[in-house]
Design a binder for this molecule. Structure first.
Ligand SMILES: *[C@@H]1O[C@H](CO)[C@@H](O)[C@H](O)[C@H]1NC(C)=O
Ligand SMILES: *[C@@H]1O[C@H](CO)[C@@H](O)[C@H](O)[C@H]1NC(C)=O
Length: 325
């Protein structure tokens, strides 16, 4: 899929995509809740099916360690969530975790197990939030693309290749009043708009046009930024739920601090590192508003990713370390 001259692993690593824009100004009221201050949040990460041959000897599903470190850096712990459980088992996990991340990778966004499991959690999250049971979801790259499929009920993605390129964001006027960017200093917001702080590794995306033409997406999300793909398509790069704590980035905040392959354009400048830190902190703060918890400390301990050891993969993938399951 990738003809960019980069090694084959690049295509599996970044087969994600998507896009943006819009502006209904009537802001729905955000989810209301009792004050919750859970300082021991646990965030779930859905595993990805291993598709790359070189990774197959290690396991059937995986999570790049960069996403785990990103979540941990914000003050949270991680629970890996396999793709082979029953709906009842996912409902059970949902009652115990305080937020969820859909990561990048390569999966069919409608027919894969990844999409099936994501839809179960997405549906549970909306219902919970409607009842004042706050539960945040974040989608990165393919994870954000998946969110647009879940919200719109259809796959509206088109070719918006931005492969191995770091870009500044074209921020919308809504960005400055967003929740996601509220913790960024004026200096960092300026840098975000002017310096290449966001690593892009995708072939597909949601165009601003597709977004504007879809009523469901327009009423659900506020577009915080757009970017221009190689083919000239204007794609949505950052999304924030108007009513729900649902967030999407077409770019990869985790790589700024936790991936180092020198063939890949991972931003590592001071501003890039700060951006990654602020966004991880933001999402974990959302997780602290969730009161979900495990039934016992023992159950919690046995569910955490600390029970697993990542494998060194820098010599055969674009990731330094990967957890396999
Ligand atoms: C940035 O977005 C605005 C609309 O918000 C658009 O008019 C402008 O052309 C975009 N600029 C770039 C460089 O993408
Ligand atoms: C990667 O490096 C490890 C040692 O750190 C080695 O055992 C493994 O065979 C290497 N894999 C490849 C595909 O080169």
């Amino acid at each position: 899929m990738s003809n960019t001259g980069f090694p084959a692993y690049v295509s599996f690593f970044f087969a994600c995509c998507f896009c943006c824009f819009c502006c209904s100004r009537a802001m729905p009221t955000q989810v209301k809740q009792e004050a919750v201050n859970n300082n021991r949040p646990v965030i779930g990460i859905l595993t990805q099916l291993v598709s790359d041959e070189v990774m197959k000897p290690f396991g059937r599903t995986y999570i790049p360690a960069s996403y785990v470190k990103y979540i941990e850096s914000g003050g949270s712990r991680v629970v890996p969530i396999r793709l082979t459980l029953t709906t009842a088992e996912y409902e059970n996990i949902f009652r115990k975790i305080n937020g969820l991340i859909f990561i990048g990778g390569a999966a069919d966004l409608e027919t894969s197990d990844f999409a099936r499991v994501a839809k179960i959690f997405y549906t549970l999250a909306l219902k919970a939030n409607d009842k004042g049971d706050f539960f945040p979801i974040w989608g990165t790259c393919m994870g954000m693309q998946l969110l647009t499929v879940l919200v719109s009920g259809e796959n509206l993605l088109t070719k918006t290749t931005a492969e191995n390129i770091a870009l500044p964001l074209n921020l919308t006027t809504e960005a400055s009043s967003s929740r996601m960017f509220a913790g960024l200093s004026d200096e960092l917001m300026k840098a975000l708009a002017e310096e290449p702080l966001t690593g892009n590794f995708h072939h597909y995306g949601l165009t601003v046009k597709a977004f504007q033409e879809n009523e469901k997406l327009q009423s659900f999300f506020t577009v915080l930024s757009t970017n221009i793909a190689l083919n000239g398509a204007v794609f949505i790069s950052t999304l924030e739920g108007k009513k729900y704590p649902v967030y999407g980035v077409q770019w990869h905040p985790e790589v700024n601090r936790f991936q180092w392959d020198s063939k890949l354009n991972f931003p590592h400048s001071p501003h890039a590192v700060q951006l990654s830190a602020r966004l991880a902190e933001f999402f974990i703060q959302e997780g602290r508003r969730s009161s979900h918890h495990f039934d016992s400390p023992e159950e919690e301990a046995s569910s955490l990713i600390y029970n697993y050891t990542p494998v060194y993969t820098a010599n055969f993938t674009g990731y330094e370390q990967v957890y396999f399951f």
